[in-house]
Design a protein around this ligand. Structure first.
Ligand code: ZN
Length: 247
């Protein structure tokens, strides 16, 4: 039976710690809680690492967080050879915040890239030091210098980033909100979460379940490391932190 984990990071991506209760431990030792601050790998964003602190003060290192039978079930995968908690145990959670914050900055940077390059997205992967977004675009008329300059204009403008829920009907009436070519947002639950950028979402809004920083300024300095050709109509953009290296 799939459990429904209350995903606390959806309402507050800045939660570093929280208390929770163990609801299940599966046969491989993976832990399911009633609520969690661990983002589970999905939508191209890597899941969180961190630890679960038990009542006696001992810690269980969490090596990965993944979704279970349904997207609403978060599975906390412990590092090998650790004693598991018991069902009903009250624990406290801590994510590896420095890593998560890098992932939030990177994920927001990927959304900015989709503003600068308004083409259908065919794939994306957000990791802490290098992210990629693949676009269905026939010609590579974009240079990495130009795209970097446009990205940094959006960063310096320090636009707010926030989430908003819309109905399935509103999404159906606004198909342009969906930027991903192959992945459709999950409909049928009654509402879709949009990640919006700019006052009144003037810069961008798109369906996304990921964790984001609260303003574009917090993304910080980024640059396009590479634009690669992947097939005739596919371009892969790599985003990295820091200034563009001189060469
Ligand atoms: Zn996203």
């Amino acid at each position: 039976m799939a459990h429904r984990t209350d995903a606390l990071f959806r309402d507050d991506a800045y939660l570093r710690r929280a208390d929770a209760t163990v609801v299940a431990v599966n046969d491989r030792g993976a832990i399911i809680l009633d609520r969690s601050i661990f983002y589970a790998t999905s939508g191209g964003q890597l899941g969180d690492t961190g630890h679960i602190e038990r009542g006696d003060g001992s810690r269980i290192a969490i090596a990965a967080a993944i979704t279970g039978e349904t997207k609403d079930e978060i599975i906390h995968v412990p590092a090998p050879e650790q004693a598991g908690p018991w069902i009903g145990e009250k624990v406290s959670l801590a994510i590896d915040w420095d890593r998560r914050h890098l992932l939030m900055r990177m994920h927001s940077a990927c959304h900015l890239l989709s503003v600068v390059c308004p083409f259908p997205i065919t794939g994306a992967a957000v990791s802490e030091d290098d992210s990629r977004v693949d676009f269905d675009m026939p010609d590579a008329s974009f240079s990495k210098e130009e795209v970097t300059a446009s990205l940094m204009d959006l960063v310096r403008a320090d636009h707010p980033i926030f989430t908003r829920l819309i109905s399935d009907e509103d999404l159906a009436a606004n198909p342009g909100l969906v930027k991903s070519k192959n992945v459709r947002p999950p409909v049928g639950t009654g509402s879709i979460r949009l990640v919006c950028i700019g006052d009144n979402a003037s810069v961008d809004s798109q369906p996304c379940g990921g964790t984001h920083v609260k303003s574009t300024g917090e993304v910080g300095e980024i640059h396009i490391g590479k634009i690669e050709k992947k097939g005739r109509e596919n371009r892969r953009f790599r985003i990295r932190f820091g200034p563009m290296p001189a060469n």
